[in-house]
Every structure is written in C-alpha cells, then in structure tokens.
Design a protein around this ligand. Structure first.
Ligand code: PHE
Length: 340
C-alpha cells in the first residue's frame, strides 16, 4: 500500500486555508493529529507494513508531512490570536482626542473669602489665629468676661443654652479667656468663628453668625494702639482712604469701651443708601481689657494692659458683596455661592 504524501499535503493546505476561528482550528488539529484517528497518526500506523527498503524514504516523507501539518496549524493559530487581539484593541480603544467632561470646581464661600483676608491682614501684624469651642460653660461665656449674674445678656432670650451651665457661645470673646489662660503676655491673637444667639432670622439677623475677636495684651498697651490697629486693619481691608471713628460704648469686659465705625466705602462719608445716610458703617465693639478680666486669668493688671475688639464677618460680607439679605450667606444655594 502506498501513501500519497503529496495529495495529503495538498489536502491539508486546502483544509487549513478554510479555518477561520479557534474552534474550527481545534477540530482540524484533531482530524490531522488526533492520537487515535488523526490522519497523520494513520500514516504512522502504516509504517509497519512498508517494505524495509522503502522504510527510510517513508519515514522521511512522514516526518515532512507531520512537520508541515504542525507548522500549518501553528501558523493559523497565531493568525487567529493576532486577529482576536486586534479586535480587542479596536473594541477597547479610548479616543483620547474626544473632549473630556470637566470636573466642577468649587467656590470659596464669601464668608471664607473675607475671613481669610482678615486673617492675612492680622497675621502680617504679628497676630496668631486661635480657635475655641462653640459650646462653652457659662464661666467662659459670661463670668470670666465680667458679665455677672443678672446681666441682661445672660438671659436665655439671647443665649442658647444646652444645659443649665452650658451654652452655645454668644460671642467669640470667650476665646480671649482661653488664649490668656494658655499663654502669658505679650500675646496677640485673633479668633474667627461661629457664634449663636436667639434671634429671629430676618434680612439682617441670623441665629448663627460669624465674628472675629482680636486681643493684644502686653506691657504698655494703650487706647492709641487699639485705634492704630483698627485704622490699619480697615485701611488694609478697604484701601488707603477709609477713616475709622470711635464712639464711647459699654461692654462689661472692657473699660473704657467703644464701638468703631468705618467711613462708608460707597459715598465716602457724604451719606448714601448703604450707610443709611450717616456716612459711617458700624464695624464692631472694642475697648481696653477690663482689669477684672485680667485678674481672672492670672495676669497682673498693674503690669500688663491690653485691648480687645470684636466684629461680625457676615455683616461685613453683606456690605462688601452688596447683599440685601444676610440669610443668603447661610442658605447654601449653589446659584448664589457660584458667583464667588
Ligand atoms: N463681644 C462683643 C459683641 O459680641 C464685641 C466686643 C469684643 C466688644 C471685644 C469689646 C471687645 O458685641
């Protein structure tokens, strides 16, 4: 029995040419190289029947056939793998030239903008920024600030009490006490933060608002230092020609006490809608730290003196950004906040 190697080669070449995917390739491999019934295996089985003088030639032809089949299968297998990889790449390719979706950028809250400006101005003047608790004992909120029992500011319609002797602080002046307890003079601190009062919200009131407290205690501090500091602060905040004026006033924790105003930045003092015709805008309270307060925190009032001031950031923000309702600052309406 003779084997037609040439026609087997041709047959294999025809069959392998029509293979298009991994599955038909596997079937073809079985058909030709399968251990039991593969066509190449069949040829090997015929080896025993070949006459011994023809066996060498048969073996050679058999090896050539086997190599031809294996090489053909491997080539097609590589082609299929390549094609699949190309298809995967095409499917998963990202078009980096497409315009992206921009991540929305946040905005600083107007109160934050102003608070940071204020902090920068005072830090340049040698102040450090302090923090204090928003829930305080009545000692810090009142007693240490020389606000005795029975003082109207202690009554619950102003202060939000958490318990009998704990309250949400009604002023940042509490941080004066913490600062003086923590450190010996000379000390210069500002303390921006939230304060709380039992106010009905309206265009100019909110039960939670922001104040900045300032405190400067050292030897030889006078009212002139307070005035110079407030003038310099207002000048830096509003520009060169923003005069400040002081009016006598009363706060239990300062003596003498005053309120300070700055000249209206819209009309420059002639009177307009923003300053309600007076030419001046109220800024806050101030004064020389009361000797009782100094003694309470263990500072000798014979040796040291100091000034303190406090003002609202929200009112300043409302004027600076021309808001006609202070509640806009607390409503968290993105349409408002995105304008800053
Ligand atoms: N704490 C006062 C207020 O809330 C302001 C103030 C601070 C006055 C410091 C004098 C000194 O109105």
């Amino acid at each position: 029995m003779s084997t037609n190697f040439e026609s087997l080669h041709d047959q294999f070449d025809r069959e392998v040419a029509s293979v298009s995917d991994a599955e038909s390739l596997r079937a073809l491999r079985d058909r030709w190289l399968g251990r039991k019934a593969g066509l190449v295996t069949d040829v090997r089985k015929q080896m025993g029947a070949v006459a011994s003088e023809d066996r060498a030639a048969f073996g050679k032809a058999f090896n050539a056939l086997q190599q031809h089949v294996e090489a053909g299968l491997d080539r097609v297998s590589a082609e299929i793998a390549n094609r699949e990889r190309d298809a995967t790449i095409a499917r998963e390719t990202v078009d980096i030239t497409l315009p992206g979706r921009a991540a929305p950028l946040g905005h600083r809250h107007p109160i934050t903008i102003l608070r940071q400006n204020i902090e920068d101005i005072f830090v340049r003047m040698g102040y450090s920024v302090e923090d204090g608790p928003e829930i305080e004992t009545t000692f810090f909120n009142f007693d240490a600030l020389n606000i005795p029992d029975g003082h109207p500011a202690r009554e619950s319609q102003d202060t939000m009490y958490v318990s009998e002797d704990l309250a949400l602080r009604s002023q940042t002046s509490t941080v004066q006490i913490h600062a003086m307890q923590r450190r010996q003079p000379p000390l210069r601190v500002i303390a921006p933060g939230r304060v709380f009062r039992r106010d009905t919200p309206d265009a100019t009131h909110n039960p939670m608002f922001f104040q900045v407290e300032g405190l400067n205690v050292a030897e030889g501090i006078t009212l002139a230092d307070l005035r110079g500091t407030c003038e310099e602060f207002v000048r830096q905040l509003f520009g060169a020609d923003a005069p400040v004026r002081f009016r006598a006033s009363y706060f239990p924790f300062v003596e003498p006490g005053c309120e300070f105003d700055y000249q209206c930045f819209v009309c420059k003092g002639t009177g307009c809608r923003v300053c309600k015709g007076s030419g001046w805008i109220e800024m806050g309270g101030a004064g020389m730290v009361h000797p009782h307060v100094l003694r309470t925190v263990g500072i000798d009032p014979e040796r040291f003196s100091g000034f303190a001031f406090g003002f609202g950031i929200d009112r300043l923000a409302a004027r600076q950004f021309d808001l006609d309702d202070i509640r806009l600052l607390f409503a968290n309406d993105l349409r408002f906040l995105e304008q800053f």
